[in-house]
Structure formats: C-alpha cells, structure tokens
Design a protein around this ligand. Structure first.
Ligand SMILES: [Zn+2]
Length: 250
C-alpha cells in the first residue's frame, strides 16, 4: 500500500478527539513538514477555488486554501496555506506544488489541514454534519489509484528446439517481456532445462497515455519499473510518449 503522506508528520488524525470534557470531531488530517515548505497535490484534479477562504462560503476560518474537485467528484481541501501557487480553473497534476504550508485562518501553529469532502457543491461541500460529509483522508488516497492484481507467474522449462519467440507466442506474451522478466540479454542464448518466469500469462494490461503523463508516474501507478515499460513496449525515447499511445503495463 502506498504511503500517501510520506515526508509529513501527522500531528492530528481524522476523527473524534478529546476536547475539554467531551469530544470534538476533526474533519481532516493535520500534516506538518516545515513552515512555508511546498505542498504537493496528493492527486490530480481541477482547482475550484484558490485564495483566502471567505466566511459563509464553506471555506471560512480555513485561511488560504486550495479546493480541488477530483475524478470521483470529491472535494479535496488544502487549508491554512501560507500562500497558494495555483488559480481557480487550473487542472493540476499529482505532485504539483499547489501552495506553501502556513498558519492562516483559525490555527495555533503552521500545518497543512487536508480534508476530503464528499461533495463540491453547494458551499464547496461543507455541511454542519462533518462526520457524514467528509471522508477519512488516508484510506481515501490509498484507494484513489487503481491497485492492479499482484503479478502472477507461470513457470516454463525450456526444451530442446525452443525459441523465445515460440514460447512468447504460446503464452500470448512478447519476447521483450520474457527477456525483461528473466534477465535475458540475448534471446538466442536460452538453454535446455532453463526455468523461465512467464508473467501474467495471457492477461496483458494496457494503459492509454494521457496528456501530462510520464513513464515514471505510470510505472509507479502500476507497481512496475520504467525499465520494464521500456522493454515491454519497445520504447526508444522515454521522453517521447504520445497522448493516446497504448502502453502495455503488465
Ligand atoms: Zn485540522
């Protein structure tokens, strides 16, 4: 499982907290790096609002905020920022700097309050019932990206007369995949009795390249490596991905 808040110290988690003689609901998670350190977007999305959260809008007391609508229609709120680095209407990518950690709004110290609201309208999804109008951020982000089934392998023992391309054809895979998976540098040098690992035999998974994608990010999302993607897809120049290009990722 991905570590969604790596680099941050969690100063307060989501949920019910002791407060005075009772309990108070914390509708987000408080994250600390250092004052004015860059805040990178946890996912891609569209910025609906960036700037000082005005009272009565659903963003009051949150200081400088960036409010992002994501692919699930949820509202991700980055709050108490020292300053914002994006504008309303912008499409942002995962990892993009959206602002800087700060202590604007109702706070006692510099931190990032990150909140996931179920809706983005009205009032940017704010409801007085915060228990039921927000989601636990850690689990939300861990499940944000598709988690492909773990790779499965078939074993094949090389017989006399076999060629790697015959074996690849038989298992509906490619010579490049077999070479990458078995550390074979010369496909003509396989020997009788050699045990080959055949990954995901017959179940290739493809990904269609979108604008702004890069191989590192795609590899990360599919729990593979850039080298494997390059080899499986015969990529000559890793910086020349084309939008709409179909990549085999498994
Ligand atoms: Zn908070």
């Amino acid at each position: 499982m991905e570590l969604v808040f790596s680099g941050y110290r969690i100063s307060q988690s989501y949920g019910w907290k002791p407060f005075g003689s009772g309990l108070q609901f914390h509708q987000g998670i408080d994250l600390v790096k250092s004052h004015k350190s860059p805040v990178h977007a946890f996912t891609e999305g569209t910025v609906l609002y960036a700037g000082m959260g005005k009272t009565g809008t659903g963003l009051g007391n949150y200081g400088n905020v960036v409010f992002v609508k994501d692919k699930n229609g949820r509202g991700q709120l980055y709050a108490h920022l020292d300053s914002v680095a994006v504008k309303a209407g912008a499409s942002i990518k995962k990892g993009q700097v959206i602002g800087y950690q700060g202590m604007t709004g109702q706070v006692t110290g510099s931190h990032l309050h990150y909140e996931v609201r179920k809706k983005t309208a009205p009032s940017y999804g704010w409801e007085s019932d915060q228990v039921h109008s927000t989601l636990e951020p850690t689990a939300y982000l861990q499940n944000f990206y598709p988690q492909p089934a773990p790779a499965t392998f078939t074993k094949y023992i090389v017989k006399a007369g076999d060629t790697l391309s015959q074996i690849a054809n038989h298992y509906h895979t490619t010579v490049n995949i077999l070479k990458a998976e078995n550390n074979i540098s010369n496909e003509n040098l396989i020997r009788v009795g050699q045990v080959l690992r055949i990954p995901n035999a017959g179940n290739p998974v493809y990904y269609t390249v979108k604008s702004g994608d890069n191989l590192t990010e795609i590899a990360k999302n599919y729990y593979t490596t850039v080298n494997k993607l390059v080899s499986m897809n015969d990529i000559k120049n890793i910086n020349l991905l084309q939008v709409g290009q179909k990549l085999r990722v498994k």
